[in-house]
Design a protein around this ligand. Structure first.
Ligand code: FES
Length: 94
C-alpha cells in the first residue's frame, strides 16, 4: 500500500501513513495542536490550513463543504476529522 507524509507544521513533525488515513488518526498521537471536538463533521473545531498539497487530500463531502462555509474557512482549509491523505501534505491549525 502506498504511504504518504503528513507534516504537522505547528510541531515540526512528519509522519508516514497509508493512503486513506484521516488526519485525525495521527494528529493526536504525534501531539499536534489541532483541537478536536466531535470528530464527526459537526463542530468545525478541527479546522486546519493546508500549507502544501491541498489537492492530495480526499474531495470534501457536501457536509464538510457546508461546515467549512459556516466557519468562514479560507480556501485551502479542511476539517482534520474528515480529510483523508492521498499524497504528501503539510498543514497547521487554522
Ligand atoms: S472535530 Fe468536529 S468537525 Fe472535526
Amino acid at each position: 500500500m502506498s504511504k504518504y507524509n503528513i507534516t504537522f507544521a505547528d510541531i515540526g513533525a512528519t509522519v508516514s501513513v497509508p493512503r486513506g488515513t484521516r488526519i485525525v488518526e495521527v494528529a493526536e498521537k504525534v501531539g499536534a495542536s489541532i483541537p478536536f471536538g466531535c470528530k464527526e463533521n459537526d463542530c468545525g473545531e478541527c479546522l486546519v490550513e493546508v500549507l502544501q498539497g491541498v489537492d492530495n487530500l480526499s474531495t470534501p463531502s457536501a457536509l464538510e463543504i457546508e461546515l467549512l462555509k459556516q466557519k468562514f474557512a479560507k480556501p485551502g482549509c479542511r476539517l482534520a476529522c474528515q480529510a483523508m491523505v492521498q499524497g504528501d501534505v503539510t498543514l497547521k491549525p487554522a
